[in-house]
Design a protein around this ligand. Structure first.
Ligand code: ADP
Length: 444
């Protein structure tokens, strides 16, 4: 190893200096004096070399100005030079990689903005300018939600735990573009916002929704006519019993089809039309729930179920009466439709500690297996398709509930334990709640 050979050179040098010191001592008549003089001279020489290396280091340790040293000091000088050189190479490599990274991030087609935990912009790529109107060097230090002023986006940024993974809104820089923006937390207290152009996806979705709405609308009138004739035929006593039984089956299916068409039309309206301010009225949700319970109990469907209510009739909700009624009806009908006779159904409408209100429909029926829970609000999703179809459901009830809850700024929570029952909870924020006095004043 080179370090070892330098040491052995230095060791031999110390021995030779020692021998030289003894010889000098013999000449001057004192061996100790001779040794002291020669080792002192050696120490001075070492200090001189170390000083030269130190000055060289101070001046930037360039190869061209390297002092001519040897032995241990020479070796130390070489080691310092090598480590400096590799440091320089590493820095150059890092600079190159950073350059590549910056160039590739800048060339990304998706707008990318990096912010600190206060959402102040640190860096933005080129696409951020075309899609979000943000320029990295001009807007650095500004809050992203002060530059992108879409209300939904601002809420998404400021929410610690946003409900949605990503949010869609119209590009502030180009009205023809719809963006899907996603926020990702990374490193320590850093956020990365990436915005994709999803205009094509939105257009496809709108075309699909328009097709469903048109098809459902076109089907509604012929189905009403078919239903009417089947009803008339079913009542015709002159027809043989067997024929009337078949007509009754046909009528049952035609009614189901009409229900599906009606629900599809409702869904497409909920998806594509904003909830108009003029449709908002104070709703006595407690009274509404009680009346729905009575209707279900009087119906064959719920006659063998027990209803327990815990309702505060003094709490009103500001919303669309028909939409809130569809939530209450769907949840209450589900609680009897998907549970056996003897099931206890609990219905609640109570204030929450934060001033909001909670609507609750809970049953002790067979429950929903955990793997199905996140899917039951999807269109036509059924845990047991056969059984749900037999019970007359359209498979669209909970999709409608989800949309209506969202339109009323509520939060839908579903919890269930197989064999223990299912609980549907809807939490409405304080802004949607009215007291009795406020509700009366608003209805005047
Ligand atoms: P459906 O018309 O079939 O009731 P929904 O969208 O209302 O459609 O419900 C979706 C599915 O969720 C139902 O088919 C059923 O499997 C399940 N479900 C809904 N409510 C309950 C409940 N209270 N208990 C058990 N399963 C339920």
């Amino acid at each position: 190893m080179p370090a070892k050979s330098h040491l052995s050179v230095e060791r031999s040098r110390i021995i030779l200096i020692g021998l030289f010191g003894v010889a000098v001592g013999w000449v001057i008549g004192s061996v100790w004096m001779g040794l002291a003089i020669s080792y002192f001279a050696y120490a001075c020489w070492l200090v001189y070399q170390a000083d030269q290396v130190d000055t060289w280091l101070d001046k930037g340790a360039k190869r061209s100005t390297a002092p001519d040293t040897d032995g241990v000091i020479g070796n130390i000088e070489k080691l310092i030079f090598r480590s400096k050189q590799s440091d320089k190479d590493r820095k150059a490599r890092m600079k190159r990689i950073l350059g590549w990274y910056n160039r590739s991030a800048s060339a990304l087609p998706d707008a990318t903005v990096v912010t600190n935990d206060n959402f102040e912009i640190i860096w933005a790529n080129e696409a951020a300018q075309t899609n979000l109107g943000i320029r990295g060097n001009r807007d650095a230090g500004q809050r992203i939600d002060n530059l992108v002023r879409d209300i939904g986006f601002q809420k998404y940024v400021r929410d610690n735990n946003p409900e949605e993974i990503e949010i869609e809104f119209q590009s502030p820089a180009n009205k023809n573009i719809t963006l899907a923006v996603r926020r990702v937390a990374y490193a320590e207290n850093m956020y990365l916002f990436s915005a994709r152009d999803v205009s094509q996806r939105v257009q496809l979705r709108e075309t699909r929704a328009a097709f469903i709405a048109n098809a459902s609308h076109e089907l509604k009138t012929p189905l009403t006519v078919v239903n009417g004739y089947l009803e008339l035929l079913g009542e015709d006593a002159s027809l043989p019993l067997e024929a009337r039984q078949k007509i009754a089956i046909a009528e049952e299916h035609a009614i189901r089809m009409k229900d599906i068409v009606t629900d599809l039309l409702t869904l497409s309206r909920l998806e594509n039309q904003q909830l108009e301010q003029s449709k908002l009225t104070p709703i006595a949700v407690g009274d509404m729930l009680e009346s729905i319970c009575e209707d279900i109990k009087d119906n064959k469907l719920g006659s063998n179920h027990t209803f327990e209510t815990n309702i505060d009739n003094r709490i009103y909700l500001s919303g669309s009466e028909s939409e809130i009624k569809s939530i209450c009806t769907n949840l209450c009908i589900n609680a009897v439709q998907h549970t056996p006779a003897g099931t206890v159904v609990q219905i609640g409408w109570q204030a929450t500690p934060d001033g909001g209100a909670r609507l609750l429909v809970s049953d002790n029926g067979p429950g929903i297996p955990p793997q199905h829970i996140t899917h039951v609000t999807e269109r036509f999703y059924r845990v047991d398709s056969e059984q749900s179809r037999e019970s007359g459901g359209t498979g669209l009830g909970l999709s409608i509930v989800k949309h209506v809850v969202h339109r009323h700024q509520g939060e839908l929570r579903i919890s269930s334990m197989p064999g223990r029952g299912t609980t549907f909870e809807i939490l409405f924020p304080v802004e949607k709640i009215l007291t009795e006095q406020e509700a009366h004043a608003a209805s005047l």
